[in-house]
Design a protein around this ligand. Structure first.
Ligand code: PRT
Ligand code: MG
Length: 219
């Protein structure tokens, strides 16, 4: 396997938005992951293959060498590292794809600003506990964090939480659930991550790929 390059991607927007970057490196993926059940996709280059993993598993695959490189959202990378910088994981490029923002949202009848002002404890439901903890600690806001694995929007509607921390793109998910964005935490985009050992051992093959990606990043 030492002469094969393995790229870890997740299905959906990351796969779709990475395709043009791969094309710039002369790489075409042979199969559509939405139609195929395969988890390993060949490419037009015999030495390059794509493995399909959950978005949250990309950093793990790359860190431990299950893949040489991968594409992961900044949200996923920050949560993976738990606020630390993950060892063995080199992050050379912001690919500026799969862009969105991490935000605080609340029910439109919850006065978030007043709650912050009064120093009340706010119950916040989120999948992104590290990012949320850091954000509220930086602001000096007291929160009780409630860890969820999906459908965060439901938490304020059922009384489970006062607010949520979630990714927002168009804002239509929030609107559809009578929630309003009350604070933006940070802009999010996807990053190229490379296994540090692979970068040394497979430098001749990886470097041109990284350079081609760099030249094709959307403005
Ligand atoms: O969805 P699934 O459970 O299969 O996996 P995943 O959510 O881990 O993967 P995927 O493909 O949905 O997201 C991969 C990466 O895309 C994330 O890690 C982000 O970095 C990035 N990204 C960009 C987004 C969005 N935009 C986005 N809008 N990830 C999720 N969303 C969700 C958001 O959580 C919310 O539910 O879309 C909804 C909001 O969208 P709007 O347009 O209604 O505001
Ligand atoms: Mg998703």
């Amino acid at each position: 396997m030492n002469d094969t390059i393995t790229l870890a991607l997740s299905k959906g927007r990351i796969f779709e938005e990475t395709l043009p970057l791969l094309a710039a490196a002369g790489i075409e993926v042979g199969e559509d992951p939405e139609k195929s059940r395969k988890l390993i996709l060949p490419t037009n280059r015999p030495d390059v293959r794509v493995v399909l993993v959950r978005a949250t598993d990309v950093p793990t695959y790359v860190q431990y060498g299950g893949a040489d490189l991968g594409v992961a959202g900044l949200d996923v990378l920050l949560e993976h590292a738990g606020g630390e910088s993950a060892t063995g994981l080199y992050q050379p490029l912001d690919l500026r794809i799969a862009c969105c923002r991490m935000s605080v949202a609340a029910r439109n009848d919850f006065d978030y600003a007043a709650a912050v002002q009064q120093g009340s404890r706010i119950r916040v439901a989120t999948k992104y506990t590290h990012i949320a903890r850091q954000h509220f600690a930086d602001k000096g806001v007291h929160v009780d964090l409630i860890k969820l694995y999906g459908s965060m929007e439901l938490a304020p509607l059922t009384g489970l939480a006062d607010a949520i921390v979630d990714l927002v793109s168009t804002g239509s998910t929030l609107r559809a659930n009578h929630l309003v964005e009350v604070e933006q935490i940070m802009p999010i985009s996807s990053r190229l991550v490379v296994n540090q050992a692979a970068l040394k051992l497979k430098r001749a093959a990886l470097r041109p790929l990284i350079d081609a990606f760099a030249g094709a990043i959307p403005a």
